[in-house]
Design a protein around this ligand. Structure first.
Ligand SMILES: C[S@@+](CC[C@H](N)C(=O)[O-])C[C@H]1O[C@@H](n2cnc3c(N)ncnc32)[C@H](O)[C@@H]1O
Length: 342
């Protein structure tokens, strides 16, 4: 008799776990970006970075218009940090998952290739696909010292058949793909054991992720597991602090050594299930004797006050960051101590 496919599904419990406080780019990636931009005067890079930002704000960035050097300086650090955050949630949701093959969809300069190969040393083979040959040339330079065997190729990800892989990532590209997005995501879920999607933390980016999460809810691992109602949260997004590389600081004329990247993400898998208790979906406000925060619970988002008098719940959340997961047991402790915020 054939085994019931459900019995093969791991029903593990999501742990209570915090995202990393601050993500830094690997020194080798910083050096590689430094190398490809060393002949470009800082003033020109600043100008090009500003023009890239203006393109994004006007929502006019198209494959043919992306400036890959400006993107590597200006956008790669934030994209990298958000991708690491999402990959970390995949690790919490599926600790035994050891991907050997990676597909980086609409890979740009190889940001997610860098993030995934740094985060999962088990990855030995990578394929990256992008529509823009100039961007791929930058990706090749930036990843030339990475350990996995990497092949980048020109292709239209909305038309191609997806190969079978362990992990597929698509970062900051889905919003550009229009109504072919659903076809691509369907393929990714069929052909990859785990899929990580990351978009900008704008209402548009979060909306793209929300629509995908609703239509593929059965497979979601994070930020909410498949027993949550994605439709109940209008604007589900997250924030990851990153250390600004020196070149980003000078391109932005910034004084602070860090910035906060806002993003939305989805981790999904065909044959792995988890039970999440809840997730912190705002920056906790730590006050004298109490903490105020918003938690995604099974029956929707709740903004609550946890007083120090509820010692267990208070201690659990004392160091919570935006994005922290709660195990089912810990979520029960927290919700039984929670008072609605006025
Ligand atoms: C904003 S960049 C993101 C790049 C990269 N994933 C990252 O996170 O840094 C979007 C990328 O999508 C690529 N792209 C857009 N439409 C595409 C398509 N139909 N097929 C393949 N690549 C596409 C663009 O060329 C560009 O490199």
């Amino acid at each position: 008799m054939l085994a019931d496919p459900q019995s093969l599904v791991d029903q593990s419990v999501f742990p209570t776990a915090n995202p990393t406080a601050q993500v830094a780019l690997p020194a080798e990636l910083e050096a590689a970006v430094g190398q490809i931009t060393e002949r470009v005067p800082t003033s020109q890079l600043s100008l090009r970075s500003r023009s890239l930002s203006a393109d994004y704000r006007a929502n006019t960035t198209r494959p043919h218009s992306m400036d890959p050097l400006a993107y590597a300086v200006h956008r790669m650090p934030g994209t990298f940090a958000a991708t690491v955050h999402a990959l970390q949630q995949l690790r919490f949701a599926w600790p035994d998952f050891e991907p050997r093959t990676l597909l980086d969809v609409a890979c740009g300069p190889g940001t997610a290739t860098w993030a995934a190969s740094s985060y999962f040393p088990s990855i030995g083979e990578v394929s990256g696909v992008d529509a823009d040959p100039a961007v791929l040339a930058v990706a090749r330079s930036l990843t030339s010292n990475l350990r996995p065997r990497i092949q980048f190729r020109v292709g239209d990800v909305t038309k191609e058949e997806v190969e079978s892989v362990d992990l597929a990532v698509c970062t900051y590209a889905l919003a550009e793909l229009g109504n072919r997005r659903a076809y691509l995501v369907g393929q990714l879920l069929n052909r990859a054991r785990a899929v990580v999607l990351v978009e900008a933390g704008t209402p548009v980016g979060a909306g793209v992720i929300r629509d995908i999460a609703i239509s593929t809810n059965n497979h979601a691992l994070a930020p909410l597991s498949n027993d949550f109602d994605y439709g109940a949260i209008e604007y589900l997004h997250f924030s990851q602090r990153l250390q600004r590389p020196e070149y980003l600081r000078s391109a932005k004329h910034a004084t602070r050594g860090y910035e906060d990247e806002k993003f939305a993400y989805l981790v999904a898998a065909r044959s792995h299930r988890v039970s999440l208790g809840g997730r912190v979906i705002s920056t906790p406000q730590v006050r004298k004797g109490h903490t105020i925060l918003t938690i995604a619970a099974h029956d929707g988002p709740k903004t609550v006050v946890i007083s120090r008098r509820h010692r267990d719940a208070y201690l659990l959340l004392r160091r919570a960051r935006w994005g922290m997961s709660l195990s089912p047991d810990d979520a029960r402790i927290v919700m039984s101590a929670a008072k609605p915020a006025s």
